[in-house]
Ligand binder design. Structure first.
Ligand code: IPE
Ligand code: IPE
Ligand code: MG
Length: 244
């Protein structure tokens, strides 16, 4: 069979991990059971990224809008985050993955932030793979935050208004050193971005699967990478992208 792959493995994969609630509902279980089951999919995907050679994995774990959910669900999600850090830290070491977080981190309970900080510090030395958790994250919030930082620099006289260009905005995002996602995967079928990485996804390839997040396994991830490999990324031009 002819291999018509035109793209190499994506350097950065971002995932909207959706469908935990529906997965639980189908089983007659409380929503939190779906979130619990989703933790296993996170482990699977971290390992699959390492095996495939994906350098950056950004997971949408909690949006600024998700604070509007019932308190019991929000509290449960925060507890799960702490548990995930406790249970999975050793796997991050085994896979040599550096943990990062992006979002409005001041919103997070101290107990969550402490556990994230602990794992971030201990994994800070790994350079091959990075896991970026988007927590209390909103794309509009991030861009507004960047605008505020830029305004402060202009006010302080360290930046001229005519120097505010795309590179300047990009430099004031939460994690300016991370390349933009090449591939965005969304599970459980919704065809929307839901305020995720609005700036960074401008030229990402989108892949939506009907599979709910707790059922997402390595073959599903592989299928997304295979699909990506055959996309024609033109970036507004007319020639297929030259191999990087
Ligand atoms: C995604 O699953 C996880 C979070 C948003 C934290 P949902 O909880 O949104 O599941 P559905 O979309 O209701 O099925
Ligand atoms: C997006 O899922 C947020 C996360 C996966 C953390 P949502 O379930 O919150 O998004 P909507 O409400 O379907 O747009
Ligand atoms: Mg959802």
């Amino acid at each position: 069979m002819a291999d018509n792959r035109v793209n190499p493995v994506p350097r950065h994969v971002a995932i909207i991990m959706d469908g935990n609630g529906r997965w639980a509902k189908e089983r007659g279980s409380p929503r939190l059971k779906g979130h619990e089951a989703g933790a296993q999919s996170v482990r699977v995907v971290i390992k699959a990224c390492r095996d495939a050679g994906v350098e950056f994995l950004t997971l949408y774990a909690f949006s600024v809008e998700n604070w509007s959910r019932p308190k019991a669900e929000v509290d449960g999600l925060m507890r799960l985050l702490v548990r995930f850090m406790d249970d999975q830290e050793h796997e991050l070491h085994e896979n040599r993955v550096r943990l990062r977080v992006i979002g409005r981190l001041a919103d997070l309970p101290d107990v969550v932030m402490n556990s994230l900080n602990r794992v971030m510090e201990r994994t800070a030395g790994y350079t091959d793979h990075q896991l970026v958790l988007a927590l209390s994250y909103g794309g509009r919030t991030e861009i507004a935050h960047a605008a505020r930082r830029i305004a402060e620099q202009v006010k302080a006289g360290t930046l001229q208004p005519e120097s505010v260009d795309e590179a300047c905005v990009a430099a004031n995002l939460y994690a300016p050193d991370i390349p933009y996602p090449d591939l965005l995967i969304r599970t459980s079928g919704e065809m929307r971005i839901s305020n995720f990485l609005l700036w960074q996804l401008s030229y990402a390839e989108l892949y939506v699967t009907p599979v709910c997040w707790p059922d997402f396994r390595e073959p599903h991830f592989r299928a997304a990478l295979d699909d990506y490999a055959r996309r024609s990324r033109r970036f507004g031009g007319i020639e297929p992208e030259v191999k990087r």
